[in-house]
Ligand binder design. Sequence first.
Ligand code: ADP
Ligand code: MG
Length: 246
Amino acid sequence: MSDTQIILESKGITKRFAGVTALDGVNLAVHTGKANVIVGENGAGKSTLMKILSGVYPEYEGQVLLDGEEVKFKNPEEAIKRGIAIIHQELNLIPNLSITENIFLGREIQNKFGLLNYKAMHEQASKVLLRLGFQINTRTLVSELRVGEQQLVEIARALSTNARVIIMDEPTSAISDADVESLFKNIEGLKKENVAILYISHKLDELFEIADRFIVLRDGKMVGISENAAKTSKNDLIRLMVGRDI
Ligand code: ADP
Ligand code: MG
């Protein structure tokens, strides 16, 4: 076992929307090679925190640290360049483009004449999808894929940018049980490659299958942390989430 390594941190993050304090002084540490699972009821602030870490919200109070140094992402592209990718609850693909075009959107490979090098892009797209156990003609339009397959395309896009932190916001909310199982296998594989997974969900049952550590948010505050998910009981987690016995 290697020592725990913190790749990404938030320190005292506060985020206000008109009239609403979505996050209130949140400290979070994200460990490499682990499934860092954020739990909390609807409205707890999970997505807002993830959007700050991934550059979607450039305005906030507090600090984000990457490899121990403060970063201030102005947009998601800057976060991606530093190895942080987010897969949103609502997938972010263009249905009438091919798998390859989606994976390389905005960072297309060109040949020396400035023309798009589709051959190279298809090859790389196939390769990265194979790492996820997905064998398919990458000329296929995204609209022809199941939601679970579209999610694989998003993960492939993250991997092809060499993401070291992959944030998944409620990734199982719209996919079949079989796709959930294959997603979990892929998460295990990514952990072995030392990718840090930041996984958001409020489906407690499935979380125990993949979580290495839990971070609990309630009403915009970090209210609990467990460094050993296997030793955490579901009841303890629920109590932390809702703030009382139920
Ligand atoms: P979660 O993902 O845990 O369900 P969110 O981060 O989406 O929670 O929301 C946290 C709180 O911030 C909620 O009260 C929500 O209504 C509010 N909120 C989130 N996004 C916005 C926004 N863009 N404008 C105003 N309020 C927002
Ligand atoms: Mg959310």
